[in-house]
Design a protein around this ligand. Structure first.
Ligand code: GDP
Length: 317
């Protein structure tokens, strides 16, 4: 079933000054572009770039703030767009002077909040690859303080901003995106719970639910995420999407003791499991448990779809 379609997809806006890195982020996360290729991305002059990945769990839109274009542009129905937005990511170039970016952030957040107070506001302090750890923390502290001071001065301290240090040159951009998307999934605790049950019944060490198109994970079981494991997922699923065979699965032997097992859950989601080679001898059991997991996931999202449809009917009355 396609119940993960259409309006049930979490919608994310990517905003920020021209050249802050928005297109690069989108290309690297959603189009598997290598970070170095982004050096040759051309700037566009469009205000709004519609970029919805039809096969992804999330949907996307990118907004630039080039030059003078602003919210008073009558061709720009920002209210409608904010109303349908789950998260607004504002990208700040940490290698550049960020005074103007901060004032844009403030304007954007206050406008968006007025239209839709449920939006989660996510600030990516971006391009931190060139900075030392101390310098990163220093930048984050400064940007955090200034942005919140601006909100406090406007009497809007109830607006919550989350901050992330990101770069397209390492996994930080995927990690930040995962966190942003996870906030938009009301069923996250249910998904985590299902993953916990699945791994403990199957002798699996760690399982991730991945968005098929990007490499962001939308849920994992509650054992701690080991960054090396996560990076392995990223590296091995990198090339041309997921290396599925005709049964929508793949088995990758990582070393003498560990196996990575990939399976398609829905059109948008894949499960990546890590397990010991000897546990994999019970593949029949794992596949049976996976089948149950998949059915449960489908039910979770079917319920969500029905709730949303009912809400829509009610709001139209
Ligand atoms: P946009 O106008 O916001 O879409 O910005 P672009 O995506 O065109 O990026 C502008 C420049 O920043 C490009 O040359 C990118 O290669 C560079 N860039 C983007 N992300 C990063 C990053 O994480 N680190 C570094 N060092 N450069 C980046």
């Amino acid at each position: 079933s396609d119940s993960l379609n259409g309006e049930v997809k979490p919608r994310i806006l990517l905003m920020g000054l021209r050249r802050s890195g928005k297109s690069s982020i989108q290309k690297v996360v959603f189009h598997k572009m290598s970070p170095n290729e982004t050096l040759f991305l051309e700037s566009t002059n469009k205000i709004c770039r519609e970029d919805v990945s039809s096969s992804s769990f999330v949907s996307f839109q990118i907004w630039d703030f080039p030059g003078q274009i602003d919210f008073f542009d009558p061709t720009f129905d920002y209210e409608m767009i904010f109303r349908g937005t789950g998260a607004l990511i504002f990208v700040i170039d940490a290698q550049d002077d960020y005074v103007e970016a901060l004032s844009r952030l403030h304007l954007t957040v206050t406008r968006a909040y007025k239209v839709n107070p449920d939006i989660s506001f996510e600030v990516f302090i971006h391009k931190v690859d060139g900075l030392s750890d101390d310098h990163k923390i220093e930048k984050q502290r400064d940007i955090h303080k200034r942005a919140n001071d601006d909100l406090a001065d406007a009497g809007l301290e109830r607006i919550h901003l989350s901050f992330y240090l990101t770069s397209i040159y390492d996994h930080s951009i995927f990690e930040a995106f995962s966190k942003v998307v996870q906030k938009l999934i009301p069923q996250l605790p249910t998904l985590e719970n299902l993953l916990n049950i699945f791994i403990s019944n199957s002798g699996i060490e760690k399982a991730f639910l991945f968005d098929v198109v990007s490499k962001i994970y939308i849920a994992t079981d509650s054992s701690p995420v080991d960054m090396q494991t996560y990076e392995l997922c990223l590296a091995d699923t990198h090339e041309a999407g997921l290396p599925y065979d005709k049964e929508s699965m793949a088995i990758i032997h990582l070393n003498n003791t560990t196996v990575m097992y990939l399976k398609e859950v829905t059109k948008f989601l894949a499960m990546v499991c890590f397990l010991r080679k000897d546990s994999f001898e019970r593949k029949g059991l794992i596949d049976y448990n996976f089948h149950c997991f998949k059915k449960a996931i489908q039910e979770v999202f079917d319920v969500r779809l029905k709730v949303q449809q009912n809400r829509k009917l009610l709001s139209q009355r």
